[in-house]
Design a binder for this molecule. Structure first.
Ligand code: UDP
Ligand code: MG
Length: 307
């Protein structure tokens, strides 16, 4: 059985077409299927439209209490899946549902645990693509796994991987990266990409930066390590500079040293700056610990509607 999880946030104009195309694509696989729509606190009519689909083969609608963000919404859908193969897809029809059969076929034939996708002709603005390139490069570095397109959410996971992701009670997360912690056999296939069917992207530069920061701090200690190196480097420079000042003092007398006072001020400011920077980063980690220990639910489900 295939479970398709679709996060939905203000997508009322896309849902009817999505439903029809999903249904056709899933029938083509010849397998049993379910489609789990997660309403991520939409403010438009999305929930009503979704409820209207109940009764059609395999449709289930998960209603969250408010907007939790794409990744949390998908995770809540993961918590109720029944299929062996779990596919995630966006609701805005940027990922063609017609690519699902190929995804499922690749997974079954190669016995893969995760099948990622690469958007061949990406139809997004340069402002959306450029940050993605940074995210992709960084995710490759952090996970050590050479997938080229981490942002494309049309992906397939084996049920075991999904269950393990649900079990890991992390607060902020990035699903494609999290999956790599629990899977060994991974591959990626090329898929199509289209313009958003209707509505506007829910990601602005700010949200993307936050996602990137979550990724960096939840999957690596890279910032802390860099900080340590910078700190060590600074300390050496400080000592060297101090020795230099002493030497100059002896060579050229006290007159020279007095003029050096401004240099010292500059150095002081620089050190203070670095210190603040360090405290900022440490604060981020402390903040995360605070988040984790509070064990707040990542999402709260109001009701599961099904036929
Ligand atoms: N989405 C969501 N909650 C949010 C933001 C987005 O469930 O807070 C859903 C959205 O409805 C869509 C998918 O996540 O199905 C991807 O969002 P979007 O198309 O806006 O992102 P982009 O394609 O620009 O990366
Ligand atoms: Mg989109």
């Amino acid at each position: 059985m295939i479970s398709v999880v679709v996060p939905v946030y203000n997508e009322e104009k896309n849902l009817h077409l999505l439903m029809d195309r999903l249904e056709a694509a899933l029938r083509e696989t010849g397998r049993a299927y379910e489609i789990i729509y997660v309403d991520d606190g939409s403010r438009d009519n999305s929930l009503e439209v979704l409820k209207g689909f109940i009764g059609r083969n395999g449709v289930r609608v998960l209603e969250l209490t408010r907007n939790y963000g794409q990744h949390s919404a998908i995770m809540s859908g993961f918590s109720v899946v029944r299929g062996e193969i779990v596919v995630t897809i966006d609701a805005d029809l940027q990922n063609p549902p017609e690519d699902i059969p190929a995804l499922v076929r690749t997974m079954a034939e190669g016995n893969y645990e995760v099948v990622g996708t690469v958007r061949e002709m990406r139809k997004d603005s340069i402002f959306r693509k450029f940050p993605s390139r940074i995210v992709n490069a960084m995710t490759r570095k952090i996970t050590g796994i050479h997938m080229s397109d981490w942002g494309c959410m049309l992906r397939a996971y084996r049920r075991e991987v999904v269950d393990r992701m649900v079990e890991s009670q992390e607060y902020s997360t990035f699903i494609p990266a999290l999956a790599t912690l629990f899977a060994k056999r991974m591959t990626e296939i090329p898929v199509g990409h289209e313009e958003r069917h209707a509505g506007i992207s829910k990601y602005n530069l700010w949200k993307l930066m936050n996602l990137q920061f979550d990724l960096l701090t939840s999957f690596s200690e890279f910032p802390l390590r860099v900080l340590m190196y910078i700190g060590t480097g600074m300390a050496f420079l400080g000592v060297a500079f101090g020795l230099f000042l002493v030497a100059m003092r002896f060579l050229y007398g006290p007159g020279w040293a007095a003029q050096g006072i401004f240099t010292l001020f500059a150095v002081l400011f620089f050190f203070v700056g670095v210190l603040f920077f360090a405290m900022g980063i440490m604060g981020q980690y402390v903040g995360r610990i605070y988040h984790e220990v509070r064990k707040r639910p990542r999402y709260t489900i109001r009701k599961l509607h099904e036929g």
